[in-house]
Write a protein that binds this ligand. Structure first.
Ligand SMILES: C[S@@+](CC[C@H](N)C(=O)[O-])C[C@H]1O[C@@H](n2cnc3c(N)ncnc32)[C@H](O)[C@@H]1O
Length: 268
């Protein structure tokens, strides 16, 4: 797949921040300078910096995208020296991540849906936590909403099927139910498990804005299978379909369901 486009991803920054605020409101940092936080799939690094700032400890972001890590390092370079010393970014694949009992918090926002085998990742997280350490994870789980359902239906039509067969949005491909994560986490030995869906309501100017939103994320597996010269045709077919499906080409509310996972490694 092509590298990420930080600018496109940030177009809806205000809405994409809402789930992060939900996580921040729940995290209780009690160890001060002793906090060791890792941000899996940190993107451009704003949340990593905020985690270091709020906790008073160290935060380390990892991401496999060169464009995202470059942006994160630019952000780091502009921090005041005290905060900068507590923040680091490394280009690394989450599947390569391992750390024995090193972290007090493992945070991941809107990243793990791009990977399969969540049981293995959560096991690595368990092993990487200090006793009493916690995970705070959010993944989009919006595959049933009109936009992603329409993307899947359009891609299955004869005009696109041959080129897009097998493509799926990351939520459909990789994200399981809260019940499944509860079972996995219990089996791994986590305590204080809380897994739930929360739906955010985002006012949008038109269905075309939902297409723009999706271009940065859910549409990537589809567009990456098409030659660049076919992108606009797919996007305009999708926009027309969404106008019909939502029944408007004007303002509307985009409901976006997300899955949250909180759990703690037992203290003893
Ligand atoms: C939707 S962005 C979210 C970025 C950031 N966490 C945020 O909330 O703004 C998903 C990020 O996951 C990263 N990512 C996807 N698969 C990855 C992998 N296997 N290893 C490391 N990072 C990955 C992408 O490079 C991208 O920066």
């Amino acid at each position: 797949m092509a590298d990420w486009e930080p600018e496109l991803y940030h177009r809806f920054r205000r809405y994409r921040a809402e789930p992060v605020e939900l996580i921040f409101a729940r995290l209780r940092f009690t160890r001060g300078a002793g906090e060791r936080i890792v941000d899996l799939g940190c993107g451009t690094g704003e949340h990593t910096v905020e985690l270091a700032r709020r906790s008073g400890g160290h935060a380390h972001g990892i991401d496999s995208s060169p464009a995202m890590i470059d942006r994160a390092n630019e952000l780091r370079a502009a921090l005041d020296p005290e905060l900068r010393a507590r923040v680091a970014f490394v280009r690394e694949d989450i599947r390569e991540f391992s750390a024995g009992g090193a972290y007090t918090t493992i945070f991941s926002n809107a990243a793990l849906q791009w990977l399969g085998d969540h049981r293995a990742i959560l096991k690595t997280c368990f092993d990487a936590l200090v006793p009493g350490g916690e995970i705070a994870i959010q993944m989009p789980a919006n595959e049933r909403e009109t936009a992603q359902a329409t993307i899947a239906a359009l891609a299955a039509e004869p005009k696109w099927r041959e080129r897009l067969g097998g493509a799926a949005t990351p939520s459909r491909e990789n994200v399981a139910s809260p019940e499944t994560y509860r079972e996995i986490l219990t089996g791994l030995g986590f305590a204080a498990i809380d897994c739930f869906h929360h739906t955010f309501a985002h006012p949008m100017a038109a269905p075309a804005e939902i297409v723009e939103w999706s271009r940065a994320t859910a549409l990537r597996p589809f567009l990456s299978r098409l030659p660049v010269e076919a992108h606009e045709e797919f996007v305009s077919d999708l926009t027309r379909r969404l106008e019909t499906a939502y029944g408007t080409s004007g303002p509307l509310t985009f409901n976006f369901r997300r899955l949250f996972i909180f759990a703690r490694r037992p203290a003893v």
